[in-house]
Design a protein around this ligand. Sequence first.
Ligand SMILES: [Zn+2]
Length: 304
Amino acid sequence: MVTSRRSFLKVLAGVPALMSFPDLSRNNFLSNLTAPGMKSLRHDIGMYTGRGGTIGWLIDKDAVVIIDTQYPESAEKFVAELKTQTSRKIDFVFNTHHHRDHTWGNSIFKPYADKFVAHQDVPVLQEKQAKEQKDAPQLVCADTTFTENWRTEIGSEIISARHFGPAHTGGDSVVHFEKANVAHVGDLVFNKVIPFIDPNGGGSIRSWIDALEKLGKAYSKDTLYIFGHSNSDEGCTGSVQDALAMRDYLNALLEFVGSKMKNGETKETIIAYPAIPKFEHLIARWEGAVKQNLTAAFDELNAK
Ligand SMILES: [Zn+2]
């Protein structure tokens, strides 16, 4: 053993420093990732922050899987990086939900992808969204859909998707890389930032709270979560505690608005509050984020 190791090192020593060995062992498939925002996480799974909802990826010699596609420009940057890492076709692209910052890059991935997967409501909501937004690119929708659960084995990984009910939208999925124990939760979690609530896209605050409760029980304490949005690249990953903090915010939002309604305050007064108590630290990433959430909460409570 010692001799063979020595001779191997001797061979290595004679190799110019810049020459790289193809190493197809698990965990070491990728050569240097150079695109800004590209980061390896566990096994051959990683994320790309780019612009829009965080992309999750699995890239190894037996499987290429992409979760969400951002916008065309950042999708192009991602695909350019992907091509430097593998010549393999994308086995499937998964859309965690229909929002443009998670699906408008679909057309860029289309020539390289065998199939697109999403919850059954996603294509319907994509079409609705495309009609409402004039600058929408070519519509590429899932050809493979499911209602509650979807699971597949690919290469050395098992990937399962779950729909925990309406939440951020009507068609949210959580995609779990079971062996690596990494879960991409789409926009079920806006980590440390004020979330976007979308009743027009089938979202519901109450149901979102339930979905996060279910999510918290569905995976283990070691699960590494990828979040659709955060205050920083580092914040795009985290633990179940971050998911439960999102639940706590939504609970606080409903409680706050509900208590004001009970006091007889008008909608106009309620939606003018500057922050939700105990969640003043959350960052607003767009103008009017707090007002939007107060309005969504008022309308949802008022409808009951
Ligand atoms: Zn979204």
